[in-house]
Design a protein around this ligand. Structure first.
Ligand code: C5P
Length: 300
């Protein structure tokens, strides 16, 4: 993520992620679940502006910049928002006043499994580290990120592709040497991460991420047909009746390796080319209530 300075304002584009592989390994004593997941940052982005606060207070405003949002609500703009919590947590940790004006243009849908809120919050940690001239090293930023949520560390690491474990906060960067054209689509209505995890039950995992990671690294293997997998698909299907019809339609559009991302409700599929991806996204958007985007891996 490259922070751009415009006068006193810092500007950053923050990417969404998809989980190309997600295995739930088991429930932990703290109520979370251990995961093994392959995350890819993609070119569907929010934009964040951060500037000094003349009043010394923390102010946060958000604009819905995208044309599609799966539900009519909007994420809270008060202290419950992960962006605000990240700013306050950073200020408390280093003992400085939480003085900043933060403005967010949201295009990444929420309750979608696309990590938009986590990406925004991770970006705010990086930007305030710069704005407040804290010069915190990476490991400290990672420790703060891990206290805020399970997906933030992937975005703090700023690696386009990573294998993540633990709650999701242990991030190991992986090489990406493939051109990918991807379509993300979301039905009307999001899904709550906590609720999807609550409905998860242990089952056999038919895949392992090793061959997928080798393929993504450019290895000459053919694409592993069973490489894309999401262990939360079952519970998500039971909670959202449009998930399977959406995935069927994505396959009919010629997309392959169609799967859900994170805890849903967004899904993704691989296209043959960028042209194929934008055509398929257009067709999927024709369905009332559905959103769709043609994206590529996000290279920071
Ligand atoms: O970490 P995050 O706040 O995004 O997680 C939201 C909820 O999803 C958690 O409160 C928990 O119920 C569930 N979760 C889980 N195991 C994970 C990540 C999330 O059970 N590894």
């Amino acid at each position: 993520m490259r922070i751009v300075r415009r006068g006193e304002t810092l500007v950053l584009e923050t990417p969404a992620k998809i989980n190309l592989f997600l295995e739930v390994c088991g429930r932990r004593v703290d109520g979370y679940h251990d995961l093994r997941t392959v995350m890819l940052a993609v070119s569907l982005t929010d934009t964040l502006h951060v500037r000094p606060s003349p009043s010394g207070a923390l102010r946060f405003r958000q604009h819905l910049a995208g044309t599609f949002h799966a539900d009519d609500g909007r994420p809270p703009e008060d202290d419950r928002n992960l962006v605000v919590r990240a700013a306050r947590r950073l200020a408390e940790t280093v003992g400085v006043p939480a003085a900043a004006e933060i403005e967010l243009w949201k295009r990444i849908p929420w309750q979608a499994g696309l990590g938009g809120g986590s990406s925004d919050a991770a970006a705010v940690l990086l930007m305030l580290n710069r704005l407040w001239d804290l010069q915190l090293p990476w490991d400290e930023l990672h420790s703060i990120a891990a206290t805020l949520g399970s997906d933030l560390n992937f975005f703090v690491a700023q690696s386009p592709l990573a294998l993540c474990s633990g709650r999701g906060e242990d991030v190991t960067a992986q090489p990406l040497r493939r051109r990918l054209s991807i379509v993300i689509a979301q039905p009307a209505g999001g899904l709550s991460t906590a609720e999807v995890f609550r409905h998860w039950r242990p089952s056999e995992v038919p895949a392992c991420p090793a061959t997928l990671l080798r393929w993504l690294a450019g290895d000459s293997h053919p694409f592993p047909a069973s490489g894309v997998y999401n262990g939360l698909q079952g519970p998500a299907e039971r909670l959202h009746s449009d998930l399977l019809p959406l995935q069927r339609r994505m396959s009919q559009c010629g997309l392959t390796s169609v799967a859900m991302t994170g805890s849903g409700s967004a899904c993704f599929g691989l296209a043959r080319s960028d042209r194929h991806a934008s055509r398929a996204a257009q067709r999927l958007r024709n369905q009332p209530g559905w959103g769709a985007w043609a994206v590529r891996p996000w290279i920071p």
